[in-house]
Write a protein that binds this ligand. Sequence first.
Ligand code: FE2
Length: 266
Amino acid sequence: MLFRQLFDPETSTFSYLLADPVSREAVLIDSVFEQLERDVKLIEELDLKLTFAAETHVHADHVTASGRLRERLGCQIAVSDAAPVPDADLHLKDGDQLRFGALRLEVLATPGHTKGCVSYLCRDAGMVFTGDALLIRGCGRTDFQEGDATMLFSSIREKIFSLPKEVTVYPGHDYHGRLVSTVDEEERFNPRMGLEKSVEEFVALMGELNLAYPKKIDIAVPANLLCGLSVPLASPDGASDSSGAVAVVMEKSGRQDAEIWMGVGI
Ligand SMILES: [Fe+2]
């Protein structure tokens, strides 16, 4: 398999390009709007055909490039069916597969950081892409987008820690210069949800994090619900009408809980 790990330094986001070296079909996981030209250039240089722009979830810290990638390269956008992204092409369920040439990614529903989080397992290569559900020695926060610490704990234990120990874990971010981990390492050394931790300890810890309001959430979430194709403008005082923008998109998915979903009050 052809594989590239790509990094956006502003948001410490990893994107992953996977491709079948024979058919040249490719998947890009968790693209970043500001890195669109870099990634299109790479895909063209490697003579790849982008089949899917796949999201692990609706990101709150960066805007996706998936909509622009679809416009430019004709790929399909894949996202969890539990995420209200009405214009995505594929609304993924646990057990679904993304096929690209002779290769495939298996969809593992790993909700908890957000309700619409999935991980992608490339079983043949022994690689799992966990988004923000499982980070290296950490995990994503659980205080917006229907986040739920108990659910996240179950997702990691049942869907990720049940994989073979040698499977390599590729996270959605790292803020400390690390690139990759393994199931075995995270079981042993993850200070939040390693095998020595109980669900009660984990839920208590996540409830005491007192994290700051995410810097880009008011821009990123409304834009990402539209595959990154609409970036609402901030008002002069720096605030943006995010709840209104989110409500409009979510109503297309038949949902009226935008304010709760955004985690107002965090
Ligand atoms: Fe996230």
